[in-house]
Design a protein around this ligand. Sequence first.
Ligand SMILES: NC(=O)C1=CN([C@@H]2O[C@H](COP(=O)(O)OP(=O)(O)OC[C@H]3O[C@@H](n4cnc5c(N)ncnc54)[C@H](O)[C@@H]3O)[C@@H](O)[C@H]2O)C=CC1
Ligand SMILES: O=C(O)C(=O)Cc1ccc(O)cc1
Length: 350
Amino acid sequence: MDATPRTHIIGAGLIGASIGLGLRAAGWTTTIADVSANAERLAWDIGAGMPLGDDAPELVIVAVRPSDTGDVVAKALATWPGALVTDVASVKAPVLDAARAVGAADRYVGSHPMSGREVSGGLAAQSDLFSARPWVICQGEAPRSAVAVVASVAQALESDVVEMEASAHDAAVARVSHAPQVVASAAAAALGPLGADDVALAGQGLRDVTRIAGSPPAMWADIARLNRHAIVATLDHIIGDLEDVREADDIGEALTDLIARGNLEVARIPGKHGGRTREWRGVTVIVPDTPGQLVRLLTDAASVGANVEDLSIEHSPRQPVGLTTLYVEPASAPPLVEALERAGWTVAAS
Ligand SMILES: NC(=O)C1=CN([C@@H]2O[C@H](COP(=O)(O)OP(=O)(O)OC[C@H]3O[C@@H](n4cnc5c(N)ncnc54)[C@H](O)[C@@H]3O)[C@@H](O)[C@H]2O)C=CC1
Ligand SMILES: O=C(O)C(=O)Cc1ccc(O)cc1
């Protein structure tokens, strides 16, 4: 197969359109289709792919909701008998079963980009959505040459390829992705009894814990049905820990144990993009809540050559100041602090 195979994407939502944009930016020829005429037209208009013509695709990427993925993969395997088919669904074992059921698992390779957004649809598509993020590939019963083709998609999108068995993938993502969605939604739902003024007290901690609580329910309902066993096993683990805290004679001791274990595990989560681990040092600055201050701060940081790798802003309503943390190489932090203080900024922590 050519280094940039003729690629057809089925499903022009967030993931399908993002793959199309990224592959076209990398010089691939893509076509894209969707059952929704609006979604399909949008994907063509934004340049995620062209309409499918007469040429049969060499590679088909299925990017539809998880519960439909097995059927759409099976149909693609039958429609294009010369094509290799992959998919991006968040649960992998049921799709492999569907390819086996139609006797074409030798032309099916599962994949799962570990990157997304809490919004769906092609309007939210981004060509760099998968950059520096893991992309899981499940070989199943396909030859190595087929794995290499799917890996070339991930590499064109600048993802980090990770190979796993489908069932091991499903058990792992229950813990790193699916159960965290349940817990984030539960933490957000617990705000129910509060009035708006009380919710407005929220700081960065609640924002961090509930970021993905804005996710669309339909996709997660599908994922939960398909990966129920592994998700329930993870929830049992979490509920056990919560019950230990609730039932303890000394709640402080129980929580100390839970937080200590959490401290150990959170340190194992790779760096800011979820891909390559890198160490940054945060320099937290008090920034007046008036227009232009952030630009002034970044300009002052740039004046000492500090390369700001990441940035977070903690801002509480009704406060005249916010806390902005600039993340830099550890060696850049001391000169940055000095320069910012010289320029009149108050550095709250570094
Ligand atoms: N949203 C996320 O953060 C991530 C999602 N995934 C997986 O990617 C897949 C797609 O998810 P999203 O792009 O977020 O969903 P989406 O809802 O944005 O897009 C799905 C698209 O598929 C279309 N579609 C449905 N059935 C179809 C069919 N039979 N033929 C053609 N088009 C069809 C829909 O009209 C819709 O435009 C899911 O399997 C999901 O598990 C994987 C990684 C991250
Ligand atoms: O937003 C995040 O942090 C995610 O983890 C998004 C995500 C959602 C579903 C997936 O199957 C993979 C990644």
